[in-house]
Design a protein around this ligand. Structure first.
Ligand SMILES: Nc1ncnc2c1ncn2[C@@H]1O[C@H](COP(=O)(O)OP(=O)(O)OP(=O)(O)O)[C@@H](O)[C@H]1O
Length: 374
């Protein structure tokens, strides 16, 4: 199939964008103040690139997306597409595709009627015969061959979102804006659809901005991930770089790093204990020994290394163990320097049995599951 995206010019450029909502509540209440949902965001998305906006609920992801779409006015800053400033350009003149959590399909139209909707009128209008061909092509693209005459109310949630995706791609938008398109689906379906969505965006050359609060989804779909908090972008990087070097503790926490230990201080976790692991050489090298450097401990960064009697490491009390995705995850209570709390550890030797609940074990870091912060 030929490229869908226009691939022209500079892609999307968001400069110092601010989105503010007027007060909605009574005087004296919190809602009596204006809300700054997007607070000076700069973001460039190259033609053909897919960027995920990732962040906790209320951080401003949707507001930023809606401002790009033209659904929300900017209080300050600018949005440009392919070098063209979009101030004053209404939603339907921007030529962007939009896809939301609930596909918002037309219930009275069948699948083909929904997918072909955007090709019936306006700038993307094509004759009926060409429309039928394009609809068939799109249904093939999203894995729904043979569904053209199905009523949309008879479809599963996943099928409905596939129809919504096909519909939003039909007019060959240069930029597709997706707001939590998979979050109404259950996890396993979401994982499958996220991979399919990436494939469709890449194969059509569509530039995409994808809003999600799910790290796995962001990492699956996007070339780069923009982590947002309280209206600001904290870090924009490829999934690999983000995971390997989170810019701050907030970013690391949001990615799922579970604990933070000094990278340059005493070594209670036995990383540098010379026990043959070579841990310190690998794990802490990235911090360069900087004073105050911090190491983030990831979900696979903590190992249950023995029965609690050996030297080094810190003691932990086993709360429970469970088999997850083929490996034993042990929930432990331990103090890595910031107080005793629940942490997840893996078995150092996957061949051994899971420890009993209530047992005391020793925990060590696996530097491969840790990352320097900052
Ligand atoms: N129409 C509105 N009027 C007033 N405040 C709003 C409006 N829409 C959003 N907000 C506020 O702006 C902030 C950002 O909201 P936004 O929906 O952009 O966040 P989000 O990161 O997309 O959240 P979620 O993941 O929960 O959808 C929140 O504090 C929200 O309450």
């Amino acid at each position: 199939m030929s490229g869908q995206g226009t691939r022209d010019g500079a892609g999307l450029e968001v400069r110092d964008a601010v989105v503010r909502y007027a007060p909605s509540g009574r005087k004296g209440s919190r809602a009596a103040e204006p809300t700054t949902a997007v607070d000076g965001v700069n973001l460039t998305v190259a033609p053909g690139e897919v960027v995920a906006l990732l962040g906790p609920s209320g951080c401003g992801k949707s507001s930023l997306l809606r401002a790009v779409a033209g659904l929300e006015p900017l209080a300050a800053g600018s949005v440009a597409w392919a070098g063209r400033p979009l101030a004053g350009v209404p939603v339907h003149r921007r030529g962007f595709g939009l896809m939301f959590q609930e596909g918002q399909l037309f219930a009275h139209r069948d699948v083909a009627g929904n997918v072909g909707y955007g090709l019936e009128r306006g700038d993307a209008a094509v004759p009926a015969s060409a429309r039928a061909e394009r609809v068939a092509e799109l249904l093939g693209l999203v894995g729904l061959e043979g569904y053209a005459r199905r009523g949309v109310t008879t479809l599963s949630g996943g099928e409905r979102q596939r129809v919504a995706l096909a519909r939003s791609l039909a007019p060959r938008p240069g930029l597709l804006l997706l707001d939590e398109p998979l979050s109404a689906l259950d996890r396993s379906l979401r994982e499958r659809l996220a991979a399919d969505l990436r494939e469709v965006l890449v194969s059509t050359g569509t530039t995409g901005v994808f809003v999600t609060h799910d790290q796995d989804e962001a990492f699956t779909v996007a070339d780069r991930v923009a982590v947002m908090d309280a209206g600001r972008l904290l870090q924009v990087a490829t999934p690999e770089d983000l995971w390997a070097r989170p810019a701050s503790r907030t970013v690391a926490e949001f990615l799922g790093y579970q604990a933070f230990v000094p990278a340059d201080g005493p070594d209670p976790l036995g990383v540098g204990s010379g026990d043959g692991d070579g841990g310190n050489d690998r794990g802490l090298a990235g911090t360069g020994g900087t004073a105050g450097a911090v190491l983030a401990v990831g979900p696979a960064g903590l190992l249950v290394s023995d029965d609690g009697t050996g030297p080094g490491g810190v003691p932990g009390e086993v709360v429970t163990s469970r088999l997850r995705r083929g490996r034993v995850e042990v929930t432990v209570l331990a103090d890595l320097g910031e107080g005793r709390r629940r942490l997840t550890a893996l078995l150092a030797d996957p061949g051994t049995d899971a420890p009993d609940d209530g047992a005391t074990v020793r925990l060590r870091l696996d530097p491969r599951g840790c990352a320097p912060v900052g």
